[in-house]
Design a binder for this molecule. Structure first.
Ligand SMILES: N[C@@H](CCC(=O)N[C@@H](CS)C(=O)NCC(=O)O)C(=O)O
Length: 307
């Protein structure tokens, strides 16, 4: 089997890069509204009380496959964080960078046992099959749209593979991933197995939450910045039946407590403003609307000529 984009392009080693010397530090976050991975990073930034400048990578217009963006993030995914000379991709790596290199209250426990728990939960969260579940379980027009978008991406990647041979590695690895996702979506059994994987993780989380209020210990940590948006997304996909109705009461209470945090409410609200939606949808819709208007005009003209 071909390596996944994450295996092909391992996380960058940011420990030797040079962050900007002067304050205030306002890192750039290449992001897409609604992206789970972006919300995890934004939650960590917001919990640390930091400002960031968001730069839209519009997944609707396939901006994440543009050669310039692949130069920053060879996986062709969002988010990517740029802070001076430091360019970081891979969500868990960005979370660690944010906490280790940027100011604000620490989100990594000082206690070694709690730190180890945080690291374990970050890795468990990283392996949750969220891209598959988001595509398979999203209902209504949203589900249809994103599955259609994935097929569009496969066509675009095939075309780009022929045109930009210099980036063949990047396009091939992304194409393999897109084809893997498309094939997973064909199999109900596979999706059921992935839901079971989540259920097993949540049962483990329930056990952990019996010992302390957050995933790693007594305080909010990077593990909660990762799990909060992931649970929120599962709830949006109606996977909350895994913990609702008294099944996993501590997980239910944990999500309620995370939702009640001001940083959490802020990042969700900022993601869904009408202005943000317009910035994403207008570049996608306007050329399509223009073509539709032209087709209608041409049809009207031909009718006039005929009659
Ligand atoms: N494993 C990735 C997760 C990032 C990810 O899956 N990003 C999604 C959006 S939430 C993405 O950019 N997908 C590209 C696509 O759909 O083509 C990481 O650690 O950064």
């Amino acid at each position: 089997m071909n390596p996944t984009p994450a295996e092909h392009f391992p996380p960058p080693d940011w420990r030797h890069c040079t962050p900007p010397a002067a304050a205030p530090r306002v890192p750039l976050l290449y992001e897409f509204p609604g992206s789970l991975a972006c919300r995890q990073v934004k939650l960590a930034l917001a919990e640390k009380g930091l400002d960031w400048r968001g730069l839209l990578v519009n997944r609707l217009t396939l901006d994440h496959l543009a050669p310039d963006y692949l130069g920053l993030n060879p996986r062709g995914e969002v988010p990517t964080l740029v802070d001076g000379d430091c360019v970081v991709y891979d969500t868990v790596s960005i979370l660690r960078y944010v906490d280790e290199r940027l100011p604000g209250p620490p989100l990594t426990p000082a206690d070694p046992a709690a730190r180890q728990r945080m690291d374990q939960w970050l890795e468990v969260q990283r392996r949750l099959p969220m891209p598959e579940l988001e595509l398979a379980l999203a209902g209504g027009w949203r589900g249809h749209f994103w599955r259609h978008q994935l097929r569009r991406e496969a066509v675009a990647l095939n075309r780009r593979l022929r045109r930009h041979t210099g980036l063949a590695d990047h396009f091939q690895s992304r194409l393999d991933e897109v084809l893997r996702l498309l094939s997973t979506l064909q199999s109900r059994g596979e999706i059921r197995r992935q839901v079971d994987t989540c259920a097993a993780v949540l049962t483990r989380l329930e056990g952990t939450l019996a010992a302390h209020p957050f995933a790693a210990g007594e305080d909010f940590s990077l593990a909660d910045a990762a799990f909060g948006p992931a649970l929120e997304r599962m709830a949006a996909l109606r996977m909350d039946r895994l913990w609702g109705g008294g099944r996993l009461p501590r997980v239910a209470d944990y999500l309620d407590r995370l939702r009640a945090r001001p940083a959490f409410a802020r990042i969700l609200a900022e993601d869904t403003t009408p202005a943000r939606r317009a910035r994403v949808w207008l570049p996608y819709l306007s050329p399509r609307l223009a073509v539709a208007v032209l087709v209608l005009l041409a049809a009207g003209l031909s009718l006039q000529v005929l009659l």
